[in-house]
Design a protein around this ligand. Sequence first.
Ligand code: A2P
Length: 278
Amino acid sequence: MIDNKVPNITLNNGITIPQLGLGVFQTPEGETTANAVDVALRSGYRHIDTAKVYGNEKSVGEGMRRFGLPRHDIFLTTKLWNEDIRAGRTREAFYESLDRLGTDYVDLYLIHWPAQGWQQAWEDMVALYNERRIRAIGVCNLQEHHVRELEALGTGVKPAVDQIESSPQFPNQELIDFVKSQDIAVEAYSPLGGTGGSLLSSPQLAQIGAKYGKSPAQVVIRWHLQRGVIVIPKSTHAERIKQNIDVFDFELSDEEMQQIAGLATGVRTGGDPDNFDF
Ligand code: A2P
């Protein structure tokens, strides 16, 4: 097993989150997900990021139980889906997620997209948070104007994180700088350029990696860590899951950090938070 050297980040409500976690977007319900989660925990991961819409919460729960770690050793995130936001079903959807996960709390519950009604959903999440069913609440896909609108709601609870798309292909640096300036932590999704992307075949990444005996994926994960964002790479392959946490024995230079940011194309792999239809 690789030494678990994953640093913790302290969120604005005082709780800590491991800076590297396993993402399970597009990981199908069943053995694939349960096994990925189990392998990750055995490899030293202590942070799993799922969502209702991924359709795999049941298998995430099963994978978490297989290795037999105490529940409180694992940082578990799930997300409130758009149809539940639009239907005003935050509380119901939250308890349904708990049921599927087979747990009685989550560490982090996130609004998945700023779908119509997200402001009310935020107020409902604040109520659940105050009832101590969730250790921290946050958002995904909020642009600067959404964050300002949320702060103006005056609920007295700031989002602990904003989970947004970020990779060398689409660094999203301006938004990251703004979010951090609000004392909100940033989580990067599609950190490797997403499923089916071409980022990892970049010769520059291979060249940098060769210097350290690391793969392009490891170089990219290291780049995120050194930028101070929380990163949740997805893989369903045991070898890659293990590889993706084996990133604590090298350091990229400032020049390499810049070079990697220079791979930006300005093209997102996911939806546009200001214009989505799902
Ligand atoms: P797979 O799940 O087949 O291993 P992102 O985290 O940006 O969404 O990217 C996930 C994509 O990157 C998936 O297609 C995943 O494939 C692939 N991937 C994850 N880790 C690695 C790795 N270490 N080397 C190569 N590809 C990887």
